[in-house]
Design a protein around this ligand. Structure first.
Ligand code: PLP
Length: 325
């Protein structure tokens, strides 16, 4: 069996006692937007720490722990736009591993405050997440401690891939999965597992038009360095680490890409609140917005949308509600 599929199954066994199996919620209103379509939403916004990131964080930190106690003394360094940092801190608390988090200077205020309120050591560096990542990695090398990438790591990817296992368990007839993409750990894990087990399932990557580095990198066949504009989907925004292992995985397994505007993301977040009484963050709005943009494309299909996170600040939520209701 493919190595990463095996690793995904192992990740499931490793993290099962620590993370939720999130609901795959059927959405009547979304399904009714086109004929013979059934839409399900994977509610990772209801996951521990408010996003799927806890899956990869636990898998990686448990793997590091299994090598001995030195990790507990030294701790780890990671870099994050917020959610992966929160997830590493939570996993670190359970496993007794101290965590330092590098974030870009313009990290979401809401996510930064969640980290600071937990007493986490946060280092702010650069304006793009990839600058914080490079600095975090360099600092870890200098101090000879482990660096945990938010996506460029086989164990992190395998942890996120456990979502793929749950989707096939709960909706074996799925035709199509829409996944928000930043560094590509989430889609990489899901796609590599599902394509191995059910190759006919279509995997669609969703990104904001304002920041679509993975999409452009797949097109170019190498990591491209392009500036990202501000986006409501700050969780997926920014550049990609050079030689990222998620790039070849996306190039091989992602069938199609849909880009969404800021308005489409904002309206999707409000749609979830109005129709399902769920708060999702902008990153989740990319997958929901990609479906809402053109439901007719999914006629006759069983579609899964990944609601990857729910960590949205109250001010942003207030603004979106006032703009789109
Ligand atoms: C809520 C949310 N969704 C999606 C992503 C993108 O995940 P990945 O970098 O694995 O593509 C992130 C990354 O931080 C995130 O926080």
């Amino acid at each position: 069996m493919d190595g990463l599929v095996q690793e995904t199954l192992e990740a499931r066994r490793r993290i099962k006692q620590y993370v939720y199996k999130t609901p795959l919620m059927f959405s009547d209103p979304l399904s009714n937007l086109t004929s013979s379509c059934k839409v399900f939403i994977k509610l990772e916004n209801e996951q521990l720490t408010g996003s799927f990131k806890i899956r990869g964080a636990f898998n990686k930190l448990m793997k590091l722990s299994s090598a001995g106690d030195v990790i507990k003394q030294k701790g780890i360094i990671t870099a994050s736009s917020g959610n992966h940092g929160m997830a590493c801190v939570e996993a670190g608390k359970t496993l007794g591993i101290p965590v330092t988090v590098y974030c870009q200077q313009n990290v979401s205020e809401h996510k930064k405050n969640v980290l600071l309120n937990k007493g986490v050591r946060v280092v702010l560096h650069g304006v793009d997440c990839v600058e914080a990542e490079n600095e975090g990695r360099a600092s870890a090398e200098k101090q000879e401690v482990e660096y945990v990438s938010p996506y460029n790591d086989i164990y992190v990817i395998a942890g996120q891939g456990t979502i793929g296992i749950e989707i096939l368990e709960d909706c074996p007839e799925v035709d199509c999965v829409l996944v928000p993409v930043g560094g590509g750990g989430l889609i990489g894990g899901i796609a590599r597992y599902i394509k191995q087990v059910r190759p006919s399932v279509e995997i669609i990557g969703c990104q904001p038009q304002n920041s679509k580095v993975m999409y452009e990198s797949v097109r170019a066949g190498r990591v491209v360095f392009e500036e990202s504009l501000d986006t409501l989907s700050e969780g997926t925004a920014g550049g990609l680490e050079d030689n990222s292992i998620t790039l070849p995985i996306c190039a091989q397994y992602v069938d199609d890409w849909i880009m969404v505007t800021e308005e489409e993301i904002g309206r999707a977040v409000v749609y979830m609140l109005q129709n399902h009484q769920k708060v999702v963050e902008g990153a989740a709005g990319t997958a929901l917005g990609a479906y809402l943009k053109n439901p007719g494309r999914f006629k006759g299909k069983r579609v899964v949308l990944i609601a990857c996170g729910g960590n949205l600040g109250i001010q942003t939520l207030k603004q979106l509600v006032s703009m789109y209701t």
